[in-house]
Design a protein around this ligand. Sequence first.
Ligand code: GLA
Length: 453
Amino acid sequence: MGWTLGNLKNNWNSFGCDVSEHLLLSTSEQLVSLGLRDLGYQYVVLDDCWQQESGRDKHGKLQPDPGKFPNGLRSILDRLHDQGLKFGMYSSAGEITCARFAGPLDHETDDAESFVSWGVDMLKYDSCYHMGRIGTPLISFNRFKTMSDALKATGRNILLNLCNWGEDFVHTWGMSIANSWRISGDIYDSFTRPDDLCGCHPNVLSDPYCIARGPIARIPGGWQDADMLAVGLGGMTDEEYRAHFALWAALKSPLFLGNDIRSMPPSALTIVNNPDILALSQDPHGRSITRVRRDTENIPRGRAVVFLNAGGADLDMTCSLAELFTAFGPGGAAPHVRSDWAVHDLWAHRMPEATAAAILAAATADERAALLKKADWYNATETPYAVGLRNEDPRLFREKIGVVEAGGVLRVSVKSHAARVFRLRRIAKAGEKLKPKSIDRVAKDELQRNKAC
Ligand code: GLA
């Protein structure tokens, strides 16, 4: 259980094929000094275009482009590992990758060994140029399984992130062979663009124009990947980016930053470094939120509630305790409904923009560290989110905005193209003592629940 994949920095959105040793090393320094590594952003992922254009070498091995990586990959990976970071690599279950570099199809064993020789910790495994081996779940499953088996056979612990855009019902088999799987097409830096690779489309199964059919599932311990984050790229408003970030966190999608963090605006930093939201992504339960009411798009799970207003006008939205806990007893019968609940607004306490601006402008890593310390910013390397949540660390619960009384309703106003995100905490009844569960207990309860599923 838990979120072992961590959060990721991925280069595709901002850089396309313009990758290099310098990009990886300067980005990794930023991840550390901006405090992002210590919030959980541990992986640096090199996307497509890292290989030499002439293809495999004379021994049939994949080779990095010597112009982009003059010192090879191993030395970069060693530097990243020394910084407490991990490294993700890209390839495709095809004859060539999407950007037309050599692909591992039918070379899986050799290529898995190359990845291991470089010290890779994660493989993003795409689906371009599949040579017709697609069309049914079993055909795709077998194609991806060959690499999964080859990685396993190396004996190194490598996370496998499938990238077949929801095709061939990957949500039904991805978990058997991989740690996460893409459920939709490539993300686009816009809140409203219609998308035919529409993993979230309400009529996904009946819509003939919907290519990818990877519905949002709540699978504990397997991560459905909604693609990397667009926060900071500039195509959405602040509210839209916050809604996007909160949904990705609550859906337990891997969080891959997709912007250039060496030149990010302070507002983007204050979105992606919000520990209250990150704790939603990293909680020890590892389950995605689910949608309980389509009309108002409330998406509660447990005690977290996300109100998403994707419409064109501001809305007053509601969610009753009876709805929120319907899984524990329909029609308000759940015992939870008889308690009062404190409501915490998880966006109420973003890092002030002035602090973020000072951190970004600081000349040295030491200055940045001092500013983060002064801001008393959360550090998940020191205190994992599971421990912070259990101990009710105030930095993960921030502003209490009110109480929903027993049997009551949470009412909020939500701007157009925005999401509001709350954590509800049960208030002890008179004479009752609420004891936090031990971490072991949390893990055991979760295991029990998963077995029951
Ligand atoms: C596909 C993937 C993207 C990116 C590119 C690289 O489009 O879906 O995320 O990896 O390939 O070529």
